[in-house]
Design a protein around this ligand. Structure first.
Ligand code: ATP
Ligand code: MG
Length: 313
C-alpha cells in the first residue's frame, strides 16, 4: 500500500474529470464507464478536513469491492455498478510508476448511471439523527415507534429511513418513506430500492455479527440503468466506515443509553467537538487523531473482510 496521503487526486488530465465529491473524484473512461477514485480525504459534519487519513482511499475501495461481491453472491436480484479493479487502457500503460501506485489501490471502474436523488438509509439500531427525532416525537423518519427505547437500542425490526441527497454544502434531511417514494417518482423503482436496501442490511448485519461487529446503520445509493428498463443498480461505496456505523458487539450492552465506541470517524468528530471546531472549514487534524482514525478504519476492514490492510494492492 502506498504510504503517501492523497488529498488531491491529480491524473494530469489523462481522463476528463466528471465530478468531485467530498471524498471521491470521478473520471470518464467512456460514455458508459467511470473511473471511481477514493482519495484519502475525510469529512466530518459535512466539512472536508485539510489533511487526509493515510490509506483510507484504498481501504474504502477494497472494502466496497469485497461487499459488492459478497452481496451479489447472496442476493441474486442485486445488480451493482462495479466493473473491475483494473485501470482502463490506454491510461494504465501510460502511467509512470508513482502515479500508478497512487491510483491503482484506490480506484475501480464502474458503470456510469443516473443517480436516484435520495440516500437509502437502513437502521437496525437507534442512534444519531434518528435518536434525536425519537427523543422529540417517538418517531423515526415519521414512523411511530414503541416508547421507552434508549440510545443505541436495537429496533424491533430494521427500518428504511431515507434522506434527501443534498447539493454540495447543504445538509441531508431525513424524510418519511412516503416522501422518498414521491421523490423517486416511480413506484416500482421505489419498491425495488426499499426491498434491496433492507436485504443488503440483513445480509451485511449477519456477516458483521460473525465478526462480533454490530452494523447499526448504513447509507446506500442507487442508480438507474435507463438502457435496461430502468433497472435499479447499487452504486457508490458500500458498507464502509464512511457510510455505516460499526460498533464492537462485546461492549454494546455496557454503552446502552449513551454513545457507542465505533470503527469510524466518531473519534475525529469527538475531537472536533472538544476543540469547538465542529462544522468549521479549513481544520488541520493533529497527527495523533489522524493515526487513531486510520487505525479504526484498518480494524473495521480487517475484522469485516478477514483480509490484512497491508495486503491491499
Ligand atoms: P456528494 O457528491 O453528493 O457531495 P459525497 O461527498 O459523499 O457526496 P463522494 O463519495 O466523494 O461524494 O463521491 C461520490 C459521488 O459519485 C456521489 O455524488 C455519488 O452519488 C456519485 N456516484 C456514485 N456511483 C456513481 C455511478 N455509478 N455513476 C455516477 N455517479 C455515481
Ligand atoms: Mg459519498
Amino acid at each position: 500500500m502506498s504510504s503517501a496521503t492523497v488529498v488531491n487526486v491529480d491524473i494530469h488530465g489523462l481522463l476528463p474529470k466528471v465530478a468531485s465529491g467530498k471524498v471521491r473524484d470521478l473520471f470518464a473512461v467512456n460514455e458508459n464507464t467511470l473511473l471511481f477514485v477514493a482519495s484519502d480525504r475525510i469529512s466530518a459534519y459535512d466539512v472536508v478536513m485539510q489533511n487526509g487519513i493515510p490509506g483510507k482511499g484504498a481501504l474504502l475501495t477494497a472494502m466496497s469491492v469485497y461487499w459488492f461481491q459478497y452481496l451479489k453472491d447472496r442476493i441474486p436480484a442485486l445488480q451493482t455498478h462495479f466493473i473491475s479493479r483494473s485501470l482502463p487502457q490506454p491510461l494504465e500503460s501510460s502511467l509512470e510508476r508513482p502515479l500508478y501506485d497512487t491510483l491503482k489501490p484506490r480506484s475501480m471502474q464502474v458503470r456510469r448511471l443516473e443517480i436516484v436523488p435520495i440516500e437509502s438509509i437502513v437502521r437496525g439500531y437507534i442512534t444519531g439523527s434518528a435518536w434525536s427525532e425519537y427523543k422529540q416525537s417517538s418517531t423515526v423518519n415519521g414512523i411511530a415507534l414503541p416508547s421507552g427505547l434508549v440510545e443505541g437500542q436495537k429496533l424491533p425490526k430494521p427500518l428504511w429511513t431515507p434522506s434527501t441527497k443534498a447539493e454540495a454544502g447543504e445538509k441531508d434531511e431525513n424524510i418519511t418513506p412516503q416522501r422518498a417514494r414521491a421523490i423517486i417518482g416511480d413506484e416500482r423503482v421505489a419498491a425495488d430500492i426499499e426491498r434491496l436496501s433492507l436485504q443488503i442490511y440483513e445480509v451485511a448485519a449477519s456477516r458483521a455479527e460473525e465478526a462480533r461487529i454490530i452494523l447499526a446503520d448504513t447509507k446506500l445509493e442507487f442508480g438507474l440503468d435507463r438502457a435496461n428498463g430502468n433497472a435499479v443498480v447499487l452504486v457508490d461505496e458500500v458498507l464502509t466506515p464512511d457510510s455505516s456505523r460499526f460498533w464492537p458487539k462485546d461492549t454494546w450492552e455496557e454503552h446502552l443509553g449513551k454513545a457507542q465506541p465505533s470503527f469510524d470517524k466518531q473519534f475525529l468528530r469527538d475531537w472536533l467537538v472538544s476543540q469547538g471546531l465542529k462544522g468549521k472549514e479549513g481544520v488541520t487534524v493533529p497527527s495523533t487523531v489522524v493515526e487513531q482514525t486510520a487505525q479504526r478504519y484498518r480494524d473495521a476492514f480487517e475484522m469485516l473482510t478477514g483480509k490484512k490492510a497491508e495486503d491491499i494492492s
